[in-house]
Design a protein around this ligand. Structure first.
Ligand code: ADP
Length: 218
């Protein structure tokens, strides 16, 4: 379904979010205080505007309150990012996602009502570490301090076996949410479904259990 999204701050992060969402067919308004930056985005957004996102009048006149989502990607200007987030929430934007530069910034944003805070460098660093730690890990999503979802490449140990035979839930306490086979994704694998060469298992569980599964079960 087409979503109405306003992206504020068109640096590396904001512009890539904007381009990707516009490419997916969503309705995007791209805002930055720098007119040159705004002009580079005219082909990648439904509407563009040059405005200071800390100015309530500008946000109102651009009609941001009518958007379902706002992405605040104002880089290092903590004050501007906080002020803009606060105003978007006060204007009633239902989902405000904000890029934070560090933990302190994240805490402030959470306190003032940001619906989701993203620390791209930190999050990417964690993912990279997991990729290096285990070459079996294809992708990694942190759910909380203790739980995560990982994509694991099927090893020889599991190829040809069914989920029932592997008994991953009982032995490791992890759930196999899906099995990727090329472009196909089996999103509700059954106990009788078997794992083939080249498959990727999407597993959810406690980080310690997932690590055990990765080390011993695969
Ligand atoms: P990144 O690390 O994602 O590249 P940058 O710090 O380079 O982020 O970019 C942040 C963007 O936010 C810049 O394009 C800047 O012009 C824009 N910006 C900064 N302050 C404001 C503001 N008050 N209103 C609108 N845009 C802003």
């Amino acid at each position: 379904m087409k979503k109405q999204i306003v992206v504020i701050g068109l640096g590396r992060f904001g512009s890539s979010v904007c381009k990707e969402l516009y490419g997916m067919g969503h309705d995007i308004m791209a805002i930055d205080s720098n007119p040159e930056t705004v002009s580079t985005m005219s082909d990648y957004a439904s509407h563009t505007a040059t405005a200071d996102a800390t100015d309530e009048g500008s946000l109102k006149s651009l009609g941001v309150r009518n958007f379902e989502y706002a992405i605040v990607a104002i880089g290092d200007d903590l004050q501007a990012s906080v002020l803009c987030t606060l105003m978007l929430k006060e204007l009633g934007v239902p989902k405000v996602w904000v890029k934070a530069r560090d933990q302190q910034h994240q805490k402030i944003l959470e306190r003032i009502g940001a619906d989701r805070v993203i620390q791209p460098e930190y999050e990417m660093g964690v993912r990279t570490a997991h990729h290096i730690d285990s070459e079996k890990v294809v992708d990694y999503i942190n759910l909380s301090e203790n739980y995560s979802i990982i994509e694991l490449a099927a090893s020889k140990k599991v190829i040809g076996k069914t989920l029932g035979e592997l008994n991953i839930r009982k032995d490791y306490g992890c759930m196999i949410l899906a099995i990727k086979h090329g472009e196909d994704v089996n999103i509700a694998p059954l106990l009788e479904d078997s794992i083939e060469e080249g498959d990727i298992l999407i597993a959810m569980g406690h980080k310690e259990d997932l690590k055990r599964f990765e080390d011993k079960g695969l």
